[in-house]
Design a protein around this ligand. Structure first.
Ligand code: ADP
Ligand code: MG
Length: 679
C-alpha cells in the first residue's frame, strides 16, 4: 500500500468506527480518513485540573479521584439514580438521568478508585456531577485536554476525540511534495506535523506555518490541476480557422454604435486563438452590459466563415431566444441559425438534429440541451458558453472534449471576481477582460424607498412612461418557493394593470415557451410599458429601452445579485434608474448592501465588498463551481498564498518540471479523476 492510501481509505477502517458511526459521518459528507481531518475542533475542555473533593469549585470542569460507596436507585419515575462517592476529604454524588443500573454498576463499581471528570454542581449541601461522561480507572485517559468538534448527530465528543486521535496516531509519513523553494517559506514543516498541530487544542484559531502550509497545499493542488488542463488543451493540435474580415465589416455596418477598444481587443485575442493551430480555451469576462454578446457573435461568424459550425449556449431559455434573434438579424439570410431548448417540440427538434448532422445548420443557439448525448455536430468549430459560472473546471473540460479536437471554447462571465478567484475558478483558461463599458453608458441612479411609499414609486413610473421609457418590476422573493413568488408577482401585476391601462406584462417561471416569447416580444416592441417578473430576468437579457428597474423586497437579495438585476437597465444611452423597495426594518447587513449598491456601479468593487460581507463561498452562483472544495483556504484572507502558488506554478511550467512528486497531493486533494487524463 502506498503510504498515502490510508488517508483515502473508507472511514470505517478507523479503529472504533463501526458501520453505524460510519453512516453518521457519511451523512456529513465525511467518507474517508482524509475528509475527517478537515473537520476542525471549535474549542476545547481542559480536564487536567485535578482536585480533592474539599477543593472543588462549583461550575468548573474538574477531575477528581473517588471511591464509590453506595448505590441509590429509586424505583420512582423521574428520580435520577445516584452513586454516593467519597475521597479522604469529602463526599460527592454522581447523578444519572436516563442511565440503566447495569451500566452504572459497570462504570462505577463499589470500593474501587475511579477518576471522574465533569462540571461540578452542588445540591443539598453536597458536591455532585450530573451525567458524567468521563469516567475511568485510568487517570491518563481522563486527565487530558479534549477538543470540541462540531458534532455529527449520534457521535459524542469523547468518541469523536478517540476517532481523531486514532487517525492522528496513524498518519503516514508522506514523501514531501512541496519544493524546497516553497517549503522554506513555511520553515520546513511537513504535512503530517502540520495536521497534528492543526488538531492540537492549543492551536484552535491560531495561525502559523502549520496552517499556512496546509492552506497552500490546498490552493496549490487546485492551481496545478488547472495549469495542467490548460497545458493539455494547448497541446491539442487543431485545424487553423481561416476567415477574412468582410463578414465582420458587414456586421459593424449593421450596428448603430462603435465597438469599444476593449471589445476590439477581445475580438483580436479570440481571432488569434481561432487562427492558431492550438485549441482555444478562453474566458471573456466583463461586467453586466459591457457588450460581450456582440464579441461572441463576431467570433461565431468567423468560425462559420471558415466552414465550421458554432454553438452558443445560454443559461436560460429567454436569453437563448435573445441571442438567437440577434444572430439572425446580424448574420443575414445566408447563414442558418437555429434555436434549441428543452421546450423545442419533438418534430422540430428531430429536424434540427438531422440538419446539424448534415451540416445544414451553421449556428445553434440554445440552453443546456445543446450538449446532450444525442446531439451530433458534423463539424463543430466553436462552443460559446454564456454566463455559466455554475460550470466547474470538470464540466468545462468535458464540454471541450465533447466538441472534439477542432473545437475552440469561449466562456463568458459577467460576475466580476477578484484575481485570486479567477486563478482558481478559471485557472484552466486564458483570460480576456472587458474593462471599459460602452461610452454612451451613464451610471444607473440608485434609490431606496420604504414599502409604504409605494405610491411615490408608482408616480415616478408613470412619469417615465410618459417619456416613453420602459420599466422592469421585479417581485419579491419571499420564500424559496416558486409558487409563493408566483402569487406575489401575480398580485403586483393585477394591481399595476389597473393603474396603467393594461400595458403591463407578467413573466414568471411557470409560463411555457410561447407565452414567454409573446410577452418578451411585446415588451421589446413596446406594446407594454411594464414587465413584472420574478428573478427570471436576472441574467443577461438585453432591453435597451428599459430605463427603470424596481426591485421589491430588495433587502432579500445579495449584493451581487442586486448588481446583476440593476444591470438589466442602463444599456441604452438614456439616463436609468434603479429603485430598491425595502421593508421598514431590515437587517444591518442588508443596510450595508444597499449602501454599497447606491455608492457605486463598479461590479468589481461590488463583488469584493460582497465577498467581505458573505464570504467567498456564497458569491453569486459559485457554489457549484468546485471552489467550495476549499476546506481551509479563503481567496480573500489568503491572497498572499494564492499569489505564492501562482508563482510556483509558473516556475514549474517554465522549467518543465516533472509532476511525479505531486501525485499524492493531487490524489489526496480529490483531483484524481481529472488527473488520469493528464499525468
Ligand atoms: P453583456 O456583456 O452583459 O452580455 P450585452 O452584450 O448584452 O452585455 O450588451 C449590452 C447592450 O449594450 C446591448 O444592447 C448591446 O447592443 C449594447 N452594446 C454592446 N456594445 C456596445 C458599444 N460598443 N456601444 C454601445 N452599445 C453597445
Ligand atoms: Mg450577456
Amino acid at each position: 500500500m502506498l503510504n498515502y492510501e490510508y488517508l483515502l481509505s473508507n472511514i470505517n477502517t478507523i479503529k472504533g468506527v463501526g458501520s453505524k458511526t460510519a453512516k453518521l459521518f457519511k451523512k456529513k459528507n465525511v467518507n474517508t480518513v482524509f475528509d475527517l481531518i478537515w473537520n476542525l475542533p471549535r474549542d476545547f475542555i481542559d480536564r487536567t485540573d485535578e482536585k480533592k473533593i474539599n477543593e472543588l469549585q462549583i461550575g468548573k470542569v474538574q477531575t477528581v479521584t473517588v471511591v464509590a460507596k453506595k448505590y441509590n436507585f429509586p424505583r420512582i419515575r423521574n428520580l435520577p439514580n445516584r452513586v454516593h462517592c467519597e475521597d479522604d476529604t469529602g463526599k460527592l454524588d454522581c447523578v444519572f438521568f436516563n442511565s440503566y443500573e447495569g451500566y452504572i454498576r459497570k462504570i462505577l463499581p463499589l470500593n474501587r478508585k475511579i477518576v471522574i471528570s465533569g462540571k461540578i454542581g452542588y445540591f443539598k449541601k453536597k458536591y455532585q456531577i450530573t451525567n458524567p461522561t468521563h469516567i475511568s480507572s485510568d487517570t491518563n485517559s481522563i486527565k487530558k485536554v479534549f477538543s470540541n468538534y462540531s458534532l455529527t448527530e449520534g457521535i459524542n465528543q469523547k468518541m469523536y476525540n478517540k476517532v481523531i486521535s486514532e487517525v492522528l496516531g496513524n498518519l503516514p509519513d508522506l514523501d514531501e511534495w512541496l519544493s524546497d523553494r516553497i517549503l522554506k517559506k513555511f520553515n520546513y514543516i511537513d504535512w503530517k506535523k502540520s495536521v497534528i498541530q492543526l488538531h492540537d487544542p492549543k492551536n484552535i484559531k491560531k495561525k502559523g506555518d502549520f496552517l499556512n502550509r496546509l492552506i497552500f497545499d490546498e490552493i496549490f493542488s487546485t492551481m496545478l490541476i488547472n495549469s495542467n488542463i490548460r497545458k493539455s488543451i494547448k497541446k491539442t493540435k487543431k485545424i487553423k480557422k481561416k476567415f477574412n474580415s468582410t463578414p465582420f465589416e458587414n456586421i459593424k455596418e449593421k450596428l448603430n454604435f462603435n465597438l469599444t477598444k476593449d471589445q476590439l481587443n477581445a475580438i483580436n485575442d479570440i481571432n488569434n486563438d481561432l487562427s492558431s493551430d492550438r485549441k482555444m480555451f478562453r474566458l471573456l469576462q466583463g461586467d453586466v452590459g459591457s457588450g460581450k454578446t456582440i464579441v461572441a457573435l463576431v467570433c461565431c461568424l468567423n468560425v462559420i466563415n471558415s466552414n465550421f459550425q458554432a454553438s452558443f449556449m445560454a443559461p436560460t431559455e429567454i436569453l437563448a431566444i435573445q441571442h438567437y434573434e440577434l444572430a439572425k438579424q446580424l448574420f443575414g439570410k445566408n447563414i442558418t441559425v437555429k434555436l434549441l431548448t428543452s421546450k423545442t417540440d419533438y418534430s422540430e427538434r428531430k429536424q434540427i438534429l438531422n440538419d446539424l448532422k448534415n451540416n445544414k445548420i451553421d449556428l445553434l443557439v440554445g440552453t443546456h440541451s445543446l450538449f446532450q448525448e444525442k446531439i451530433i455536430y458534423r463539424n463543430l468549430g466553436l462552443i460559446v458558453i454564456d454566463e455559466q459560472h455554475k460550470f466547474g473546471v470538470k464540466q468545462r473540460k468535458k464540454l471541450s472534449d465533447k466538441g472534439g479536437k477542432n473545437c475552440d471554447v469561449l466562456v463568458m462571465s459577467a460576475t466580476p471576481i477578484p484575481r485570486t478567484m479567477i486563478m482558481t475558478i478559471f485557472g484552466d483558461m486564458d483570460v480576456t477582460i472587458l474593462k471599459s463599458k460602452p461610452k454612451n453608458r451613464k451610471d444607473i441612479k440608485t434609490y431606496s424607498k420604504i414599502e409604504n411609499k409605494i405610491n411615490d414609486v408608482i408616480k415616478f413610473v408613470s412619469t417615465q412612461i410618459t417619456k416613453k421609457n420602459q420599466i422592469f418590476w421585479v417581485c419579491p422573493l419571499i420564500e424559496e418557493s416558486k409558487k409563493v413568488d408566483h402569487q406575489s408577482s401575480v398580485k403586483r401585476y393585477e394591481n399595476l394593470k389597473k393603474k396603467f391601462n393594461n400595458r403591463v406584462g407578467l413573466l414568471h417561471g411557470l409560463l411555457d415557451k410561447e407565452e414567454k416569447n409573446k410577452i418578451l416580444l411585446n415588451f421589446l416592441n413596446k406594446k407594454i410599458d411594464i414587465l413584472v417578473s420574478t428573478t427570471v430576468i436576472e441574467v443577461g437579457i438585453d432591453f435597451p429601452n428599459a430605463t427603470v428597474i424596481i426591485i421589491e423586497n430588495a433587502n432579500k437579495f445579495g449584493l451581487s445579485q442586486l448588481h446583476q438585476l440593476r444591470g438589466r437597465v442602463g444599456r441604452g444611452n438614456k439616463e436609468s434608474f434603479c429603485i430598491l423597495i425595502l421593508k421598514e426594518s431590515i437587517s444591518e447587513n442588508a443596510r450595508k448592501r444597499i449602501k454599497i449598491l447606491k455608492s457605486t456601479n463598479d461590479g468589481f468593487k461590488i463583488s469584493e465588498e460582497d465577498m467581505k460581507l458573505r464570504g467567498y463561498g456564497d458569491l453569486l452562483g459559485f457554489k457549484q463551481s468546485g471552489i467550495k472544495n476549499f476546506r481551509l483556504a479563503d481567496p480573500v484572507i489568503n491572497e498572499d498564498l494564492f499569489i505564492l502558488a501562482e508563482k510556483e506554478i509558473k516556475i514549474i511550467e517554465n522549467n518543465n518540471e516533472s509532476l511525479k512528486q505531486y501525485i499524492p497531493l493531487l490524489k489526496l486533494y480529490d483531483r484524481a479523476d481529472i488527473l488520469n487524463d493528464i499525468v
